[in-house]
Design a protein around this ligand. Structure first.
Ligand SMILES: [Zn+2]
Length: 213
């Protein structure tokens, strides 16, 4: 798609939003005008196919969102500005009661961790991905013989668990976890079938969200 075509389609969307969607929800938008009180902080990948408000059926004002390639949270000691400042704001100003770190299937960053040649010529990405290097080592050590598909599923899950640990290294998070003011959950969203998988906080095992029993 060329840029003009893309822009035209986006502008059409803006028109439709203003003509149909906004008027139907005017009260809600006006309520949000001067303040936000999100129910959760949602940390996920930049991937265009991951639309948190869609697969959780939530809306404006519900999530304070942090997105980056691979849904990574650099440890506090590395002090990478964007994510750290978002975490700080979410914890200390918005005081969200819940943080969800959500990975997804078919993630380009997870594939890059498994196959370094896929990120050749991407120095910024290579540098960024070192925040998940422990996860790659774990896969190479424990699952080197697993089929590729299985490796990708495991690295996606392990990465979510590792980023929870990294998140805990942020003082604003750890203090609130210890006071039981915030819970942290790890999820994986399946793009192809729409399922959502959640890690058991004790065991790290993933099971389907909303599954009966
Ligand atoms: Zn991704």
């Amino acid at each position: 798609m060329k840029s003009q075509e893309a822009l035209a389609r986006i502008v059409e969307g803006v028109k439709k939003f203003q003509a149909e969607v906004y008027p139907a929800e005017r009260e809600m938008f006006e309520r949000l005008r001067g303040r936000q009180q999100p129910m959760a902080m949602f940390i996920t990948c930049a991937d265009s196919r991951v639309v948190p408000n869609l697969f959780t059926q939530t809306g404006p004002g519900d999530f304070f969102v942090e997105r980056n390639p691979g849904n990574l949270v650099p440890p506090y000691s590395d002090f990478v500005g964007g994510v750290s400042s978002g975490v700080e704001y979410g914890m200390l100003v918005l005081k969200v009661p819940l943080v969800i770190i959500c990975g997804h299937t078919d993630c380009g960053v997870m594939k890059g961790l498994l196959h370094a040649d896929q990120v050749n010529g991407l120095p910024a990405m290579q540098e960024w991905m070192r925040h998940a290097s422990d996860v790659r080592h774990r896969i190479m050590r424990d699952h080197s013989n697993a089929p590729d598909e299985e490796k990708l599923r495991l690295i996606t899950e392990y990465n979510v668990l590792a980023q929870i640990e990294n998140l805990r290294s942020h003082p604003s998070v750890d203090a609130r976890v210890l006071r039981e003011e915030v819970e942290i959950r790890g999820w994986v969203y399946d793009i192809g079938d729409g399922s959502v998988w959640s890690a058991d906080p004790e065991t790290g095992r993933f099971s389907k969200v909303g599954a009966p029993g």
